[in-house]
Ligand binder design. Structure first.
Ligand code: HEM
Length: 219
């Protein structure tokens, strides 16, 4: 039994529910997040490029479809994650192994994501559209990133949590679905997991840097 499994209390979630929560975390959630980070790199090319990549939808229904395709799986996965979160007892002091550390960090990152995604979706997606009547303008997010330290701090930490949660989560997913069945294959996947983490981090922090740099012009 792995040290990761040793930290868990046996799951009582029905198989379909536990499989679905795991599957939706990758398809479509993780795929969408990677695409979203990529789109945000358009900030290096300025306001028009960023708005056309991130906030403009070619068709009015595309916005609703995206919202449903992202939000429903996110809500389901969050519920699934919280149930798992409540059913584990940390035993890192007794078993201070690397895999056990990753296990607890996955959960800490999940909790951080609840706060980060709640704030991010309200401030960058819902508030501009529902209260101001338009999508978030480049000038607003770039200005906040440059001149409002709490904003950039939350984004830097939120992207860190996201990159870790997805990179380590993919390893858990591959183990759970039998794609990494042996101890050896798990060990061989480890460097890939670190590469995925670093690439996601570079994409996210790169986009933040581009917004921060552009924000100086809107002071
Ligand atoms: C952008 C949003 C999110 C993405 C892309 C994402 C992605 C993933 C992925 C790929 C996994 C691995 C699935 C598996 O082990 O089969 C995972 C696991 C997990 N997620 Fe998320 N997640 C997100 C948000 C959240 C949130 C908000 C929570 C809230 C608690 C959460 C809690 C968890 C937990 C506890 C696990 C570990 C499950 C286990 O090892 O038993 N996730 N996530």
């Amino acid at each position: 039994m792995s040290t990761q499994a040793a930290a868990a209390v046996p799951q009582k979630t029905p198989l379909l529910q536990s499989r679905l929560g795991s599957f939706l975390a990758v398809v479509p959630l993780s795929i969408w997040v990677v695409n979203h980070l990529w789109d945000n790199l358009a900030a290096f090319q300025g306001a028009e490029a960023w708005q056309s990549s991130v906030t403009q939808y070619k068709h009015p229904y595309a916005q609703i479809a995206t919202f449903l395709i992202v939000i429903l799986p996110l809500l389901f996965h969050t519920g699934w994650g919280v149930v798992r979160l409540l059913s584990f007892r940390p035993n890192n002091a007794a078993y201070p192994y690397y895999s056990n550390l990753k296990y607890i960090l996955q959960r800490a990152a999940g909790v951080a994501l609840i706060f980060f995604l709640g704030a991010h979706m309200w401030l960058a997606f819902l508030h501009p559209r529902l209260v101001q009547g338009h999508a978030e303008p480049f000038a607003d997010i770039a200005r906040e990133m440059h001149f409002h330290p709490p904003t950039i701090t939350v984004y830097v930490l939120g992207v860190l949590a996201t990159a870790y949660h997805i990179a380590n989560g993919l390893q858990g997913f591959a183990m759970g679905w039998g794609l990494l069945a042996s101890e050896r294959s798990m060990r061989r996947f480890e460097p890939w997991s670190i590469v995925i983490f670093l690439v996601l981090l570079a994409m996210g922090w790169g986009a933040i840097f581009a917004l921060y740099r552009a924000g100086a012009a809107y002071g």
